[in-house]
Design a protein around this ligand. Structure first.
Ligand SMILES: *[C@@H]1O[C@H](CO)[C@@H](O)[C@H](O)[C@H]1NC(C)=O
Ligand SMILES: *[C@@H]1O[C@H](CO)[C@@H](O)[C@H](O)[C@H]1NC(C)=O
Ligand SMILES: *[C@@H]1O[C@H](CO)[C@@H](O)[C@H](O)[C@H]1NC(C)=O
Ligand SMILES: *[C@@H]1O[C@H](CO)[C@@H](O)[C@H](O)[C@H]1NC(C)=O
Length: 376
């Protein structure tokens, strides 16, 4: 039996037994809120469909076939053939799929298990792709709206308990580090690279502190992956196809050196603050460089797209019908689904490392430990 089936059966049995002993509505609220919820912030790595509902250009949405072909059998807005990392985390935590916060309401308590605020293209800086995405600050404002509705549905005490037990999962920064190279970003030009990285980390830190003030205690992060070596980056210089994009690598490395220190500082300053940091740079680099070791045939070429390494982002005709694209025959052979996003198979592997990785892979806590952690 597949692990996912087992988990849902166990969950079903647990829910049934619990509801036999508790008929009234108050206990049902206790039942749902005894599970730690999952609140998700960030960019395309985590966007479960929010960009479907904002006013942006079609190339920032993935509500088109063949996105979603593997598991959902239809496009959902996730930028992959199937599930994303938070979908697997939710499954491991015995939670249902976590809905995008802009998805039209399907009734009461739809956000009791958590919400996804992530938006493809988003950065920590308001100046990154302005007007096209939901930036990190706006994601937090959306979280505050959810807080309001939970307070009115569940009351202040229960809402506070939901927030302190919940896990807050982040992936943000990659778009900030790429945007300056594709646009005339004044922030970047008038600042040193190091200062720019400090802005990205500083704005992320402000958000973490804000969520802590609102009751958040358990936080999960991925560091910056080797996005300089994604198919899209490998074809930036058409005279050197296959070499990574160095200017971005420099920012990514700086970020990955500085961010762990910031988290250690937060842990020492904020009582009860606990975190998991996954070394995504290492886990993704290993797969790009040794695909066969992890069950992939292709670590550098995308499954869906056009041009060299299918590194041009035309998957699903997202750049318009005149731009045709190729789709691979067997997506399970590929690490990358499109020019800069991974396949479901890759997401499953990375999610497993975030969930239960050793401290040298995900630490000081992994997500399993954070979900199980009882705070007093
Ligand atoms: C960027 O902006 C500067 C000053 O506004 C301008 O001189 C330059 O041509 C612009 N470069 C691009 C690539 O748009
Ligand atoms: C956030 O980023 C802006 C630039 O977009 C910068 O001026 C500001 O100082 C940053 N805030 C922090 C706390 O680093
Ligand atoms: C796809 O590839 C996997 C692993 O290489 C293999 O097990 C599977 O049978 C293939 N599926 C198809 C439809 O060819
Ligand atoms: C982490 O440690 C384990 C053993 O404790 C080792 O097998 C594994 O290779 C290490 N991983 C990394 C990325 O260093």
């Amino acid at each position: 039996m597949k692990n996912s089936q087992l988990v849902s059966i166990i969950f079903f049995v647990y829910a049934t037994i619990s509801s036999i002993g508790s008929i009234n509505c108050r206990d049902n609220i206790n039942l749902v809120t005894n599970q730690a919820a999952l609140f998700v912030f960030g960019d395309s790595l985590f966007d479960a469909g929010n960009n479907n509902y904002i006013d942006t250009v079609s190339s920032f949405r993935s509500n088109i076939w063949p996105y979603g072909q593997t598991t959902f059998k239809q496009p959902t807005g996730r930028i992959s053939d199937g599930r994303l990392i938070p979908d697997f985390i939710a499954e491991n935590a015995w939670l249902p799929l976590i809905p995008p916060n802009l998805q039209p309401s399907n009734g009461n308590n739809q956000f009791i298990y958590g919400v996804t605020f992530a938006s493809a293209g988003a950065g920590a800086l308001v100046g990154t792709l302005p007007g096209m995405v939901i930036n990190l600050g706006t994601q937090v404002n959306n979280f505050k709206n959810v807080e309001k509705s939970l307070r009115s549905e569940l009351g202040n005490a229960v809402t506070k308990r939901v927030f302190s037990r919940a896990v807050y999962l982040f992936h943000i920064g990659g778009n900030d580090y790429f945007y300056p190279f594709s646009a005339n970003s004044s922030t970047f030009q008038s600042n040193s690279r190091e200062k720019f990285v400090d802005f990205v980390i500083g704005n992320t830190t402000s958000v973490i502190e804000e969520l802590y003030e609102m009751g958040g205690r358990k936080f999960g992060f991925l560091n910056m992956g080797p996005y300089d070596c994604a198919p899209n980056s490998l074809i930036r210089d058409r005279t050197k196809i296959g070499s990574c994009f160095k200017p971005a690598a420099e920012l990514i490395d700086m970020h990955n050196k500085k961010f762990p220190d910031v988290l250690r500082r937060l842990q020492s300053e904020l009582s009860g603050f606990r975190y998991a940091l996954h070394d995504y740079h290492t886990s993704l680099s290993e797969r790009i460089n040794n695909p066969s070791k992890y069950g992939f045939k292709e670590g550098k070429k995308a499954c869906c797209g056009s041009g060299p390494l299918r590194g041009i982002n035309t998957c699903g005709n997202r750049m318009g019908p005149s731009q045709s694209y190729e789709l691979c025959g067997n997506v399970t052979d590929y690490l990358f689904f499109d020019s800069s996003h991974l396949t479901e198979k890759a997401h499953r592997q990375i999610a497993e490392l975030i969930w239960s990785g050793q401290p040298n892979v995900t630490g000081p806590y992994n997500l399993k430990a954070l979900f199980e952690l009882q705070l007093t």
